[in-house]
Design a protein around this ligand. Structure first.
Ligand code: BES
Ligand code: MN
Ligand code: ZN
Length: 502
């Protein structure tokens, strides 16, 4: 999708479709919809349909007018944005996605989005960025292996988007590029997650990371079983040993000149390319979904792509532990004891609690490489879905200071996450009779248990853990996004990293 910026009056723009936002300005029940556009001709063109009561401005309501009077555009699409007082960049991002998905389905190939002008929130630059992000994210279609895909792509594809706004051209251009980088990186992550496990093995993931790294100028190393054993990653290997598919330890390095000397961010991703549960095997129902158990890894790889292109002045290293979790004659068994890289011993109670094992060694390795602050992302527990459903990702933080930083980035990125606790009282549950800790505890508070387990390996390094089990995969499509891989957490991570730029 090509994107460009135009400062022309929306009514004077020749386009297949002009998209404008309708907000509801009422304080009470009766809607008071208004078109958010400074151009009087556009408001006139929408006047009758608004007066009819057909348009209310409620979120994602779409109304398409053909040959709108007084406009050069062939069509006018009104998209509802909800209450004016709640409107923000996050809503605008979704509306751009909804516009793309609506117009694609109608075989419209290019359109213009009038970025508003009503209440001035968000700023023109934030608006441009949000529109570009939302449009590119909305364009993703997970139907990779449908045999009519090529024809459908020809028929239903948005080739060009013009954003109609005014302001300093250079800054608007920069905002557009930033939005494009982040959204294309998010789609890159979604692409990796969408692939089935037979076509996204640990080594294919490593190859994809390497290819991306070469394109954007990152250093990338991928190691196999030998290195994992040499580093004494007994927890990681304990999971990997059960699979015929070789594991991969992937390291991506971003080392800009002029970065602060005392900050080195470490991004650690869970890359289980398929989670059968191992010997503690999962029920068949829904097991196909476990191909997305590498979403944390894909998020970190995608975030590194965006970081390499946006060039913040801070050192960042991503570590991805990639493996399958399989039952076999070589697989680890409940009761086995594994010695993690840090030297701590772990009694394996449940082989399905494998993510925390591979992350334990990933976090330890990140510390060994000198990371001063850690963030991990993982589809770690079903329990986080019980706690927060499919709406919020779980966020855990070892310090309030680091949480505040992340929460700010999260807010800007417009992603939903909710903090869960890490009180010392929970540590009780980690106790094992035979080893330093167990890998799985009581039924209750499972997401917290997993986080407490990881904390043992982050040790005293400030650390954030994102449990994205409920949010990395969309069960249903939404007006602004297809069902399937969501790319959650990437935008927050990128904002977070930018916040450390020297
Ligand atoms: N990959 C799963 C968690 C998961 C569940 C991801 C649902 C996405 C959707 C993880 O490895 C797992 O199996 N966790 C177990 C842990 C339990 C055995 C302690 C769980 O949550 O049931
Ligand atoms: Mn599991
Ligand atoms: Zn898993």
């Amino acid at each position: 999708m090509k994107t460009n910026i135009s400062s022309s009056a929306p009514s004077q723009l020749e386009t297949d479709c002009l998209v404008v936002v309708v907000l509801d300005h009422s304080e009470k029940d009766k809607p008071a919809p208004a078109v958010e556009c400074d151009d009087k001709a556009v408001r006139e063109a929408a006047k009758d349909v608004i007066a009819s009561g057909e348009v209310t401005g409620k979120p994602f309501e779409t109304t398409l007018l053909h040959h709108p009077t007084g406009l050069k555009a062939r069509r006018l699409l009104l998209v509802g944005g909800g209450k004016a007082k709640n409107f923000s960049a996050a809503e605008l991002r979704k509306l751009a996605g909804a516009a793309v998905r609506t117009l694609k389905a109608k075989s419209v190939h290019s359109f213009a989005f009038a970025s508003g002008g009503g209440n001035g929130v968000p700023s023109p630059f934030d608006a441009v960025r949000s529109i570009v992000e939302g449009a590119i994210i909305g364009d993703f279609d997970p139907g990779y292996y449908k045999s009519d895909r090529k024809e459908k792509d020809k028929e239903q594809k948005i080739d060009a988007l013009t954003i109609v706004t005014s302001g300093d051209a250079k800054s608007l251009e920069a905002a557009m590029q930033a939005g494009r980088i982040v959204a294309e990186s998010q789609n890159f992550t979604r692409d990796l997650v969408n692939e089935p496990s037979n076509l996204m093995t640990p080594n294919i993931l490593a190859e994809r990371a390497k290819k991306m790294a070469a394109e954007v100028g990152l250093k990338c190393e991928a190691y196999g079983a030998d290195k994992i054993k040499q580093l004494k990653m007994g927890a990681f290997w304990g999971v990997a040993q059960g699979s015929d598919e070789p594991p991969a330890l992937i390291v991506l390095r971003y080392e800009p000149t002029g970065a602060a000397k005392d900050v080195h961010l470490g991004l650690v991703g869970k890359g289980v390319t398929f989670d059968t549960g191992g010997i503690s095997i999962k029920p068949a129902d829904g097991m196909e979904k476990m191909k997305y158990d590498m979403a944390g890894a894909a998020t970190m790889i995608g975030a590194m792509r965006a970081i390499a292109l946006l060039k913040p002045k801070v050192k960042v290293t991503a570590i991805v532990c990639a493996t399958e979790n399989m039952p076999s004659g070589k697989a680890q068994k409940p009761g086995d004891v594994q010695i993690a890289m840090s030297g701590k011993s772990i009694e394996i109670i449940n082989t399905d609690a494998e993510g925390r094992l591979i992350l334990a060694d990933g976090l330890c390795y990140a510390r060994q490489l000198g990371c001063t602050h850690l963030v991990d992302a993982a589809t770690l527990t079903g329990a986080v879905v019980v706690a927060l459903g499919y709406v919020n990702a779980g966020i855990f933080a070892s310090t309030d200071e680091l949480y505040e930083r992340f929460a700010k980035a999260n807010q800007q990125a417009g992603e939903k996450m909710w903090r869960l606790p890490l009180d010392d009282e929970y540590k009780e549950n980690l106790k094992s009779n035979i080893a330093d800790m167990v890998n799985s505890g009581s039924r209750w508070g499972g997401a917290i248990f997993a986080a407490m387990f990881l904390k043992e390996f982050a040790e005293d390094t400030p650390w954030i853990h994102l449990d994205i089990a409920g949010t990395a995969w969309m069960e249903d499509s939404k007006p602004w996004i297809a069902k399937g891989p969501s790319g959650i957490a990437l935008r927050s991570l990128v904002e977070f990293v930018k916040g450390w730029s020297a």
